[in-house]
Write a protein that binds this ligand. Sequence first.
Ligand code: NAP
Length: 254
Amino acid sequence: MAIQKVLVTGATGQTGSIVVHKLRERTDRFEVVCFARSAEKAQEKLGSVDGVEIGDVMDRASIDRAIAGCDALVILSSSVLVMKGPPQPGQRPEFEFLPGAYPEDIDYNGQRNLIDAAVAVGVQHIVQVGSMGGTDKNHYLNTLGNGNVLIWKRQAEQYLIDSGIHYTIVRAGGLIDERGGHREILVGKDDSFFIPEQNMPHKLPRADVAEVVVQALLEPNAQNKAFDVVTREEDEALPTSDFAALFAQTTPGL
Ligand code: NAP
């Protein structure tokens, strides 16, 4: 099997850094290029700056430098809410997006930059990680920081599909920092995994999303598919081990 050279954006993020560690373990199948904003954070989160390209999704030239020669792209960069001022006693913290770092910037225009750069150098496959909830324009997550985050992420998904590159769109439920590999992974569509009375999706560990990303790079059956992903609780079912069978349940289109 040929070795795939993979660019991972958001490589110093919580899920992106797990993906990088998993890909680095598979030297028989992957060469990894990490796209990060800060060399210091890359050293801290990834243990080394080898294979790290410093850049920003809003800076096309930096993407072009990083993506040259890559076969695949994993998009795990994302807009990030920050706390608005210091927390006040007795009051709920408020969150905002920093100027130039709204979802329209990072999740739409930034992703368009990544996808356009990938098209320009002939990347074969893009795995894009986003969020469940995009079928509901009035979802409360869209109100946070006045960012319409799910709307912009959904538009970026459509832009990827329209690009003509083989795609795998992974829409995660609520991310938690628990161990991976111990749960059954469920795939679906159209936000069917929302718990109606809470309007919240079922949860899944970031490590399990990272494994889905790695397996999507390996399994042809994951290409040209878009799906929601959640897990059962650890004690509810056997952990997923057959990813070809999992991806066989997924379907093309948004
Ligand atoms: P995260 O830790 O917030 O990571 C986001 C990454 O994006 C960081 O590495 C950040 O860089 C990078 N980034 C931000 N702006 C950038 C820019 N202008 N240029 C380049 N990189 C930039 O993400 P996560 O919590 O692992 O989530 C992964 C994905 O799952 C996201 O798309 C998120 O929306 C989605 N999701 C989250 C949840 C949840 O419960 N939190 C649920 C479902 C889906 P730095 O490392 O330099 O900050």
